[in-house]
Each structure stands twice: as C-alpha cells, then as structure tokens.
Design a binder for this molecule. Sequence first.
Ligand SMILES: NC(=O)c1ccc[n+]([C@@H]2O[C@H](COP(=O)([O-])OP(=O)(O)OC[C@H]3O[C@@H](n4cnc5c(N)ncnc54)[C@H](OP(=O)(O)O)[C@@H]3O)[C@@H](O)[C@H]2O)c1
Length: 249
Amino acid sequence: MKIVVIGGSGLIGSKLVTKLRGLGHEAVAASPDSGVNTLTGEGLADVLTGASVVVDVSNSPSFEDAAVLKFFATSTRNLLAAEAEAGVGHHVALSVVGTERLSESGYFRAKIAQENLIKESSIPFSIVHATQFFEFVKSIAASATDGNTVRLAPVLIQPMAADDVASALSRIAVGAPVNGTVEVAGPQQFRLDELVRRGLSARNDPREVIADPQARYFGADLGERTLVPGDNARLGETRFEDWLSNPAT
Ligand SMILES: NC(=O)c1ccc[n+]([C@@H]2O[C@H](COP(=O)([O-])OP(=O)(O)OC[C@H]3O[C@@H](n4cnc5c(N)ncnc54)[C@H](OP(=O)(O)O)[C@@H]3O)[C@@H](O)[C@H]2O)c1
C-alpha cells in the first residue's frame, strides 16, 4: 500500500515511516522539507496520487494560541480536501489522551478543532489518542520552570516511548478504519511531579520539582485522571527506567 506520512520527518513520523517500510509498504515521508506543506496546500495533490492511507503526525511550529489553531484547522481542511480528490480510503491522525478535557489550553483547543474536522469529513478515519511521550518530559519541565523551580500538579500520568507510539500507529494505519478514537499509553502510571523529577535527575538537572496542586499544564487545570486513558487503552511495552538508560529506543 502507498501510505503518506504527513510530518514524516518528525519524531513520530520518521519512526513510523521506517516501521511501515519494514512491513513492506510504500511509505512516503511528507513535510515542508520534501515540498509538501499542508498549511499552504503545496505539493499535496502530487504526493497523494495513488495513496490508500494518510497518517497525519504533523505538529505546529508555534504553540501560540492563534498560530496553533490556524495550523491544525487550515492544514486539516487542506489535507482532507486533497484526500477526497485523490480517493484516499483511511485518514489516521495522532492526538492526545484527554484532549477533550483540556480545552482551557489553546494547544488542545486546536487539537479538538482538528479532530472535529476529521469526524465531520467523508473520509473513513482512525484518531489515535496517545499519552505524553517520554521524549516530551523535558518540554513539560521547561513549560513549568520558574528560575530553578519546576511546579507541577501531582496528578496521574501514563507516558509512553515515541517508538511504541509509532508501532501502534503502524498497526492502526494498515488496519481497517475504526471511525472513532483508539487510546494508546505506556505500561506504568506515575505522579506528574515524580515523573519529571526522575527525568531531570537522570540527566543531572539541578532544578527542584515541587508538587503544586494549583499548577497549570500548558494553561489547563488538571484533575487526578485528566491525562490518563480509559480501561481499553492499548499499552506499549517500554518502561520509563529502561528508556532513560537507552533513550534512542
Ligand atoms: N508530545 C507529546 O507527548 C504528544 C503526545 C500525544 C500526541 N502528540 C501529537 O503527536 C504529533 C506529532 O508530534 P511530534 O513530536 O512527532 O512532532 P515533531 O517532531 O515536532 O514533528 C512535526 C512534523 O510536522 C511537520 N510539519 C510542520 N509544519 C508542517 C506543514 N506546514 N506541512 C506539513 N508538515 C509540517 C514537520 O516538518 P519539518 O521537519 O519539515 O518542519 C515535522 O515533520 C502532534 O500532532 C502532537 O499533537 C504529542
């Protein structure tokens, strides 16, 4: 099958392209670097010719409220219209567990807009909700840092390795569209403050992590289970401590 990976040069996209090729598919990595820009529509018609499946793992270069909303709304509209023209039979998109509970955050409002456009379109689809990547722990810390202090709400989180996200996406991309949402997550739960404390300590980062129930997460208030999936989530195998000792996996 020809499978186009939008954002194929990114963290998840590059791993996904390798896995799909390993399964014997014609996986095409598409991104501005390779002349495909979903925001402007450039290169979309050409790259989608003959494609059976599109997996959208792109991300906005800016997380500023208006910019990220424009990115996901405009890109998704352009992509779905081009897919309809090309006769694509399955649109797979990567989003985040709890997106619908995080609408106080501009980033998550943009992901909700992306998901709604997919659900309203005529293309059969699978939306994959993944938990936070282990690779993203440093960005969580950065977003919550003030001086030498990192303030995080001590809520539950069930993060996963990017490699396990890519494996789950590869299976879903070659399967039948679910016309709904599939949740994927890691094998262990942590408290958010504890996870970031462990991640920083493994890198000898001197910042102090403080459990603060009032601390916001990218602008959103967090409840005990906002970030964790339901009972039917498919679980990756990689444990955080193993990933920390070999983060290339
Ligand atoms: N971070 C997390 O913990 C987490 C958890 C669950 C879900 N997600 C979701 O995972 C997705 C992928 O994240 P990631 O970390 O793999 O992203 P990433 O490494 O930042 O990669 C983003 C990709 O998007 C491409 N891109 C940017 N602008 C584009 C445009 N105008 N047209 C086409 N492609 C464009 C980039 O291409 P260039 O390299 O050419 O710029 C790059 O290939 C996101 O949608 C995010 O919401 C993230």
